[in-house]
Design a protein around this ligand. Structure first.
Ligand code: G3H
Ligand code: 13P
Ligand code: ZN
Length: 330
């Protein structure tokens, strides 16, 4: 058993309590490799923001779970080296089984998500409670989910979204004992969050998505006063990066994300954790494509991964300061 406490990590409890009081959200950024991790940590140290490092089961397969854990431990040391030891959470994103969550609890994760959102209600409760009962023995916090996001839920494809039913949330939280709840109010995973026919289009071709269902969020807040809510699928899909990718040989069609002002509004509410992965993928891919297109003889990975890392860092700083409001909260 490796406790996250030995690694210098923290769980989400205190961070969410402060975020709730302060009207901001903690960034939850996914990482799979060194450059992403460096960008997240330097951005969060420079903006004095707490951070949740998210690892999906796909990331564990890609990078190796042991290596990722050492990288998270390294992130704690890096923040100290940079002169400002921010609180860092190591979180399992979209855990799909008790066994996976247990393995993460036993190998240094400070927080896990058990995603039973695709299961029948009672089965979601039973699975989530089993994970909570195990994780809480080790002071590891647990995120559950009610409602299904449109788009790709990790490896589970959700064709249509099903908004969270406010009448279920109190019962779910009481029966499972979860520390936070991910809800579905119109966000969606990936870079193509909505079909073009669901959006309006500006004269220069930019898609404007339908607004988030803040009415559902407000009803949920009334049922669960002061309880931490999580938003998945919250990338804004910056048009400049989509255009850069397409300009340099890529082909991303109908990309559309969640507008920043809606995320800012959510962050001021009971939403304490906002998940962002796709935006980092877009920024990185755009910069790599640009450098390789402009310098075709370049073959030193540092020469294209370095600029990609710089772009990522700026993206995360922007989010902490202008979208989530987590800057200066560490
Ligand atoms: O919500 C899913 C995250 O963006 C992780 O994606 O399973 O491709 O690592 P992944
Ligand atoms: P995006 O695809 O919008 O970045 O969402 C990421 C996410 O929810 C990770 O769990
Ligand atoms: Zn997600």
């Amino acid at each position: 058993m490796i406790s996250y406490k030995e690694l210098g990590l923290v769980n989400t409890k205190e961070l969410f309590a402060k975020a709730m009081k302060g009207g901001y959200a903690i960034p939850a950024y996914n990482f799979n490799n060194m450059e992403q991790l460096q960008a997240i940590i330097t951005a969060c140290v420079e903006t004095r923001s707490p951070v949740i490092l998210q690892v999906s089961s796909g990331a564990r397969k890609y990078a190796n779970s042991t290596l990722l854990r050492y990288m998270a431990q390294g992130a704690v040391a890096l923040a100290k080296d940079l002169g400002y030891p921010i609180p860092i959470v190591l979180h399992l994103d979209h855990g799909d089984s008790f066994e996976l969550c247990k393995s993460c609890v036993e190998t240094g994760f400070s927080s896990v998500m058990i995603d039973g959102s695709h299961l029948p209600y009672e089965e979601n409760i039973a699975l989530t409670k089993k994970v909570v009962d195990f994780a809480h023995q080790y002071d590891v916090t647990v995120e559950g989910e009610l409602g299904v996001l449109a788009g790709i839920e990790d490896e589970v494809s959700a064709e249509k979204s099903h908004y969270t039913k406010p009448e279920e949330v109190e019962d779910f939280v009481a029966k499972t004992g979860v520390d936070s709840l991910a809800i579905s109010i119109g966000t969606s995973h990936g870079a193509t969050k909505f079909k073009p026919e669901q959006c309006t289009r500006t004269p220069d071709g930019v898609l404007i998505p339908p607004p988030l269902r803040f009415d559902i969020l407000e009803e949920i807040e009334k049922k669960l006063p002061g309880f931490p809510i999580v938003l998945h699928g919250s990338s804004s899909v910056p048009i400049e990066y989509v255009r850069m990718i397409n300009q340099y040989g890529g082909n991303i069609k109908d990309a559309v994300g969640i507008p920043e002002e809606q995320l800012r509004r959510a962050a001021r509410s009971a939403v304490c954790k906002i998940n962002i992965d796709s935006d980092g993928r877009l920024a990185m891919t755009a910069m790599i494509r640009k450098v390789l297109a402009e310098k075709p003889s370049e073959f030193d990975p540092r020469k294209y991964l370095g600029p990609a890392r710089d772009a990522l860092k700026e993206l995360y700083k922007h989010k902490n300061i202008h979208v989530l409001g987590s800057a200066n909260q560490a």
